[in-house]
Design a protein around this ligand. Structure first.
Ligand code: UFG
Length: 350
């Protein structure tokens, strides 16, 4: 399949590009590089051993998006393009709603115009809001605690309505906590500025780029007082996108939803201890007050993905830490600045 990867230069997008090529598909990367660096393209070409087609383009621009779809005629889309920082979304809600929804509208219009009928959407466990565990895909009440989260709730709903009306195949993938990096150590998570999420913060402290790790809360009603999440390796997650794309056409329903996680919870203290094992030294850390809006415990019920896609995670917390550390220690400041060696494709938008 030729697969247009919207936001393909980002963290999960770039790992998915690798797995698409490994599975014999042809990715076309489209990214505006608002939160990524062009040099990731060079790394992806190095890992995959292929020349990749890529565009520097803003998918919120409808005519540009349409021109790319007309030129490339992809068989399917994986839609990762969007802003994703929970805290920032509270301060800049308009930017989040505008960007995340406009990219979705624009992609949907271009798909319908060009006859592309399959899309996988990057959603999040955030759509469960405060719902009681176990979190299953049939949960009727979706909600969220941030504007970022609402863009995922809205994105799911908008795409569902469009898929049903236009006979598209839609996969909504609800990620729990993706971490880790490709085993090559050449690509990984590269947050610009101070990281918001736990694993990048741990990695920055280990690399000496952040003085200490703040542990937000040790008084939760959990086994060690710190919050529990379901961390999954980004390579396992990337493979789930490939399988979802390959199998979407085989279901009667036009819309399918899958939770993607391990089904097991790991506490903040446990994750930090596993990382210290992986890097071989202790990290500077300090307990701080709880972070607003955090839940005590979230983990996936991932059985539907196993039953319907035959997908389950294979990599462990140790793999997640070892691979993150390999990436971070080889690239303490992330990707180099500058242009990609490889030339981007271009289109003339009317
Ligand atoms: N944490 C720390 N110190 C840090 C960063 C995080 O102790 O420096 C703690 C948090 O308080 C939380 C846990 O580590 O208890 C995990 O935090 P993350 O920010 O890594 O992950 P979240 O579960 O809060 O967020 C994730 C995704 C969001 C999504 C959200 C809800 O990153 O995109 O799940 O599903 F919205």
């Amino acid at each position: 399949m030729k697969v247009l990867v919207a936001g393909g230069a980002g963290y999960i997008g770039s790992h998915t590009v690798v797995e698409l090529v490994k599975a014999g598909h042809e990715p076309v990367i489209v990214d505006n590089f608002s939160n990524s660096k062009e040099t990731v393209i060079d790394r992806l070409e190095e890992i995959t051993g292929t020349h990749l087609t890529w565009y520097r383009a803003d998918l919120a621009d409808q005519s540009l998006t349409r021109a790319i779809f007309e030129k490339e005629t992809p068989d399917a889309v994986i839609h990762f393009a969007g802003y994703k920082a929970v805290g920032e979304s509270v301060e800049q809600p308009l930017d989040y709603y505008e960007n995340n929804l406009n990219t979705t509208f624009s992609i949907a219009r271009a798909m319908i115009a060009s006859g592309c009928d399959t899309i996988v959407f990057s959603s999040s466990a955030t759509v469960y809001g405060d719902a009681e565990l176990p979190l299953t895909e049939s949960e009727p009440h979706l909600d969220s605690l941030s504007p970022y989260g609402y863009t995922k709730v809205a994105g799911e709903r908008i795409l569902t309505d469009i898929a049903q009306a236009h006979d598209l195949k839609l996969g909504l993938l609800r990620y729990f906590n993706p971490v880790g990096a490709d085993a090559s150590g050449r690509i990984g998570e590269n947050p610009l500025g101070r990281p918001n999420n736990l694993m990048p913060a741990v990695a920055k402290v280990a690399a000496g780029r952040q003085d200490k790790l703040l542990i937000f809360g040790d008084d939760y009603p959990t086994r060690d007082g710190s919050a529990i999440r379901d961390y999954l390796h980004v390579t396992d997650l990337a493979k789930a996108h490939v399988v979802a794309l390959e199998k979407l056409g085989g279901f009667d329903s036009s819309v399918k939803i899958w939770n993607l996680g391990t089904g097991k919870g790991t506490s903040v203290f446990e994750l930090v201890a596993a990382f210290e094992q992986a890097c071989g030294f202790e990290l500077a850390k300090e307990v701080a007050p709880r972070r607003a809006g955090d839940r005590a415990e979230i983990y996936a019920t991932p059985t539907l993905a196993l039953e319907e896609l035959g997908w389950q995670t294979e990599l462990t917390i140790e793999d997640m830490c070892t691979d993150t550390w390999r990436w971070q220690s080889n690239n303490p400041d992330g990707y180099p600045d500058g242009e990609a060696q490889s030339t981007p494709s271009s289109v003339n938008a009317s």
